[in-house]
Design a protein around this ligand. Structure first.
Ligand SMILES: Cc1cc2nc3c(=O)[nH]c(=O)nc-3n(C[C@H](O)[C@H](O)[C@H](O)COP(=O)(O)OP(=O)(O)OC[C@H]3O[C@@H](n4cnc5c(N)ncnc54)[C@H](O)[C@@H]3O)c2cc1C
Length: 502
């Protein structure tokens, strides 16, 4: 911030518009499931969302696909309850190329879908669970209430209002509630992760583009030295670099149209990387773009705007990132139009509502995942849901901010939330947190004080799997990136998939 000025806010009376057992802040993947879980456990529940729709990244964020986190590496099912229900409903609504969840899971590692349908099904789940839904309600501050619980202040069209809740589940994706209550954060992670803005391009002649790709040689020997020189690095430095190392010739993420990139950069038509104010940077994101024939025979989704080095909680940084990403998307479009056959008439059809940090704030939890959790012979007893890795159960303590009672933080800002931030995993954690928040409200306890056996019984009653289900399957293969990891796309992979499905 470049001003030392400040203003004193005058004390004022704020109407409490509703009083509930459990309030969920943020209506994304984690939030929808948390609200459904709390309500199914019998709590009067409200969800507060700053945008005009629910679903978060899986809807307004145009997230590409549900990463398949349904199985462990031995082919046993690890997910139950509404996360599975939601996926079934999205498929039944015709938003994917599949006839059933089983078919989708058998087809590959990711489930591509139409975003708006996911949003609609999230809304239906909330309505059916009789959750109070507050839209265009932006949480701003939490005030502890004497005797437990919180008043949550939020900004809406009618000005500032409040909601009183005995338990809160923070699913803002940015730990807004935890932060407002002074919960300790892992500050070193705040600027560590990249941000992305997804967008869809339409009017693409995919057949011509595919023909062009097929003719592109996989190897481009001049690329690696060119890129190193362009970045001001040695080839050895670049090869070791976490980001640019993936671009070295022969690596998966090195793209087939590299001669076109070199030409465009030399002509001043495209920047692979650009510095931004305040220490930020925007780069051509390695996820690239992939065709989505079920979104339209002429459509590709792009995940190419990658911002780093900025603080997702500083309004100036957020503004820089948003403006840069939106501008970059159009520059990329111009590059495609000029250099890639099939894109001559392409337009940007739709863009995500927000440029979103993949990580950002993470709380310091009452407990955390340990390295040995990844190779335990049995699942932790205090696990509230399972993760893809064998025997990896996520402990309640990683969702309970240290020293702040009656609050759970689900989604990607849990302690080590980045490691388990895939949408399906966020749903599972959100659901379990909602159930336990409701149980805690019923018992008048903070969730960490709930009896372990009672906790497990409540979770299992609502369909949460605390042990993998089904037989061990020999030679089961599923794409499982190392934690933390992001799903990988390769141009060829996308087109193979498209061919199979269209
Ligand atoms: C660019 C990008 C690409 C990704 N791609 C994939 C992918 O392909 N596959 C995959 O499985 N995962 C992917 N992920 C990860 C996954 O999408 C997210 O980690 C996951 O969906 C997060 O869920 P969430 O509920 O924690 O957060 P979100 O979905 O971000 O939901 C948070 C919600 O809270 C609301 N909110 C925030 N602040 C407030 C406030 N103050 N008041 C009220 N409401 C508020 C937001 O509007 C939003 O609706 C991607 C993530 C990013 C950023």
């Amino acid at each position: 911030m470049n001003t030392k000025l400040s203003v004193t806010e005058l004390a004022r009376e704020i109407p409490i518009v509703s009083e509930v057992d459990v309030a969920v802040v943020g209506g994304g993947t984690a939030g929808v499931m948390a609200a459904v879980g709390a309500s199914r456990e019998g709590a009067r529940t409200a969800v507060m969302e700053r945008f005009g729709n629910v679903g978060g990244m899986i809807n307004m964020g145009l997230m590409g696909h549900f990463g398949n986190r349904f199985f462990n590496s031995q082919g046993q099912f690890i997910m139950g309850g509404p996360p599975v229900e939601l996926l079934r409903r999205v498929i039944a609504s015709g938003a994917t190329p599949y006839a059933s969840l089983e078919e989708a899971l058998a087809a590959g590692d990711c489930i591509f879908y139409r975003h708006e349908h996911a949003g609609r099904e999230c809304l239906r789940l909330l309505e059916e669970a009789r959750v109070e839904i507050w839209l265009h309600a932006c949480f701003s501050r939490a005030l502890p209430v004497n005797g437990g619980g919180y008043d949550l202040l939020f900004e809406c069209k009618g000005g500032r209002q409040a909601l009183r809740a005995r338990q809160v589940v923070d699913c803002s994706g940015e730990a807004d509630v935890a932060c407002s209550l002074g919960a300790p954060m892992q500050d070193e992670k705040t600027r560590k992760y990249s941000w992305g803005l997804l967008f869809e391009m339409g009017w693409v002649d995919l057949e011509r583009y595919q023909a062009f790709l097929a003719a592109c040689p996989r190897s481009c020997p001049e690329w690696t030295p060119w890129l190193a020189k362009h970045l001001g690095m040695t080839v050895a430095e670049m090869t070791k670099d976490l980001y640019w190392g993936e671009w070295v010739d022969g690596k998966n993420r090195a793209w087939p149209f590299r001669p076109q990139i070199m030409k465009a950069v030399a002509a001043g038509d495209f920047d692979l990387v650009r510095q931004l104010p305040e220490g930020g940077m925007i780069r051509y994101g390695w996820d690239g773009f992939w065709p989505e024939p079920w979104h339209g025979a002429d459509t590709v989704t792009a995940n190419v705007c990658m911002v780093t080095g900025l603080d997702p909680h500083d309004v100036r940084h957020v503004s820089i990132a948003e403006a840069a990403a939106r501008k970059y998307a159009f520059e990329f479009l111009q590059f495609c139009r000029k250099y890639l056959p099939g894109f001559e008439k392409a337009v940007i059809r739709t863009m995500g509502a927000q440029t979103v940090a993949r990580g950002g704030r993470e709380i310091v939890g009452e407990d955390r995942l340990q390295a040995e959790d990844r190779s335990r012979p049995a699942i932790r007893e205090d696990a509230i849901c399972l993760a893809t890795r064998d025997m990896l159960g996520l402990p309640l303590g990683m969702f309970a901010p240290r020293g702040v009672p009656n609050l759970l933080v689900a989604g990607r800002c849990a302690d080590q939330g980045y490691a388990v931030r895939a949408s399906v995993q966020c749903m599972a954690a959100g659901y379990s947190c909602g159930i336990l928040a409701a149980l805690a409200a019923k018992k008048g306890l903070t969730p960490m004080r709930l009896d372990l056996a009672e906790r497990r019984a409540a979770l299992e009653k609502h369909g949460v799997l605390l042990q993998p289900r089904g037989p061990v399957r020999e030679n089961f293969k599923i794409h499982q990136p190392d934690l933390p990891g992001i799903p990988r796309h390769d141009a060829d992979d996308g087109f193979e998939r498209a061919k199979k499905l269209s």
